[in-house]
Design a protein around this ligand. Sequence first.
Ligand code: F6P
Length: 324
Amino acid sequence: IKKIGVMTSGGDSPGMNAAIRSVVRTCAYHNVECVGIYRGYEGVMEGDFKAMDARSVKDIINKGGTILKSARSKEFRTPEGRKIAHQKLQDAGVEALVVIGGDGTFNGGLVFNKEFNFPIIGIPGTIDNDIFGTSHTLGFDTALNTVVECIDKIRDTASSHNRLFFVEVMGRDVGHIALNAGVGAGAEEILIPEENLGLERLLESLQRSKRSGKSSSIVVVAEGDKIGKNVFELKDYVEANLDEYDVRVSVLGHMQRGGPPSCFDRVLASRMGVKAVESLLEGKSNYMVGLLNNKMTLTPLEQAVKGKSQINRELLRVSEIMST
Ligand code: F6P
């Protein structure tokens, strides 16, 4: 392989830039040309490429977002779109791709590989941590730190005014952020899609904590929670059923996706970039680089896409015990 393309696709996450830097520098180290592709698969179809050398990625290890920009492409889902993309890569002499993103990104890569036998390695980048085959995706650790910092601040108001706060965090289909940040921030209850607590149980728990002498409480809610009510409806429901609580809602939103990556995410991104490029150079394709037991691993992309990332159930129990 003489030329490798690197791109970011889907939702951005802190650590993507550190991964781009690592891919570019590993290519330079092995005397392989590297091109950056803008806006994910959109940019592949448009031939929006830029040659990148080791110096072109200076000063980005500490930056959130992605300098290559990101997009979710509809056209790449069509055979016609993928044919154009393949032609553009051939025209530019790009022989393999490192794709950084989530399962949508990997699905696109898989289909593309099947059609054109084009070598692809994936790097998991999403704050949601919802990818099978890695204990951590890029950006997850940074997002957790951001959420904990926000809840620490919210706690000041909660305790000064004896209030109950519902804090909504990201996690469309999974509760990793809610569960980990909830334990880290000392939340009273944590509502996640994987576990339906039920409204009755929530009310009982809040009543119990009042009785045990707590004057304020934080409940962390994953946006994909299946309790059947959104966070504002939850507030109304609790206020209607428990008059001892003064309730507020805080939706953290996209601030969770931005900001400088944590040291953990920078190190992880650097390791993943090296592993991705060196795997391609060893002739491997259709794998996702991951972190398992602090070792770099390769999981077939197909499994990474199909497998379900499991929440850490031990944390549910820890949370329950901590809210005694
Ligand atoms: O990056 C994943 C995620 O943060 C989800 O938790 C959330 O539902 C989604 O992105 C929102 O993304 P967007 O605003 O880009 O559609």
